[in-house]
Design a protein around this ligand. Structure first.
Ligand code: GLN
Length: 305
């Protein structure tokens, strides 16, 4: 029997000596004010056992991690072919790059870079009556946490400064890959990015992906086994922008990061783990978060590879 709590403590102590590299996501003014020394981690097993350390229950801005929620909602409920609107290939460029998008005629490389997340929002607006409430209710349903909210200040802060995201959506609209009004699409996109959740809540929300598509605590099926496999595959190859290779190499789990400093990863049939440390490396992923998860899968021998 692995003593996960002890392993958490061990890794936490080992990382105390590691240099605090990186910076918080200061291109979003509201996030620039976050104390970079926050740290939390949480593990929830498919069998229901839970382990946490430090600020594992403190909420933070989940940012791009939310792209998994909006994508799964579209993948599970939408009738049209979402793969006609985006691909499943690693981007190899930064999360908000315009270069590849021009070359690919407005079709994002995958649903987990900004361009892909924006197209998913466009699809949800076309297909659902109230897409914003639908995403929020979906996150509440899969996590079992009823008081999760958007942070309107963070969303507003991005609306005022998200020039690159507006460039992405305009470029895609010029190619015909955005069907709705740009302001409506971006309102949904920035709202979704502003969701606040703790590591504990993130592990609960992601656990169905470790359980063949079924929420373990309610028994409700969210995705078919085949779609669950595919979602995990896209997280493995595209969940960390142009660092997906490094994350696979070092950690070896499907997962997703956000510029709020959070990372969630799952091990099929075993667990969901989330870590939060706001200092980001050059690729926009949590520096300490990646180190923590690398040590975790090494010590517990639980990479999927
Ligand atoms: N809201 C952020 C943005 O659009 C999300 C990016 C991220 O977390 N990588 O820039």
């Amino acid at each position: 029997m692995i003593n996960y709590q002890k392993i958490f403590q061990e890794i936490h102590e080992e990382l105390q000596g590691v240099e605090r590299e990186g910076h918080v996501a200061d291109y979003i003014p509201e996030l620039a004010q976050i104390d970079p020394d926050h740290f939390g981690v949480y593990l929830t097993m498919v069998d229901g056992s839970e382990y946490g350390l430090a600020e594992g229950q403190k909420r933070f801005s989940i940012q791009s991690i939310a792209k998994v929620f909006s994508f799964v909602l579209a993948y599970s409920r939408v009738k049209s072919d979402i793969w006609a609107r985006m691909d499943v290939e690693p981007a190899g460029t930064s999360f908000n790059s315009l270069v590849q998008l021009e070359y690919d005629k407005g079709i994002p490389r995958n649903p987990f870079i900004n361009a892909g997340g924006i197209v998913v929002c466009d699809i949800l607006i076309s297909e659902l009556k109230d897409a914003k409430s639908a995403v929020l209710n979906f996150v509440k349903e899969i996590s079992g946490v009823t008081d999760i909210t958007f942070n309107t200040k963070v969303a507003q802060s991005e609306k005022m400064t998200g020039f690159r995201n507006y460039a992405l959506v305009n470029l895609m609209k010029s190619f015909g890959n955005i069907k709705n009004e740009i302001d409506q699409v971006m309102d949904l996109y920035f709202s979704i990015c502003s969701l606040e959740m703790s590591c504990q809540e993130l592990t609960k929300a992601f656990l169905f992906l470790a359980n063949n598509g079924v929420i373990p605590y309610s028994g409700k099926r969210i995705l078919s086994p085949s779609r669950t496999k595919r979602t995990n595959a896209v997280m493995q190859t595209c969940g960390f922008y142009d660092e997906a290779g490094q994350f696979t190499f070092k950690v070896g789990l499907p997962g997703k990061s956000g510029v709020g400093g959070g990372i969630v990863a799952i091990h099929p049939e075993k667990y969901a783990i989330a870590v939060w440390s706001p200092r980001l490396n050059k690729k926009g992923n949590s520096h300490l978060g990646m180190l923590f998860l690398e040590a975790f899968t090494t010590k517990t021998k639980s990479s999927i590879f």
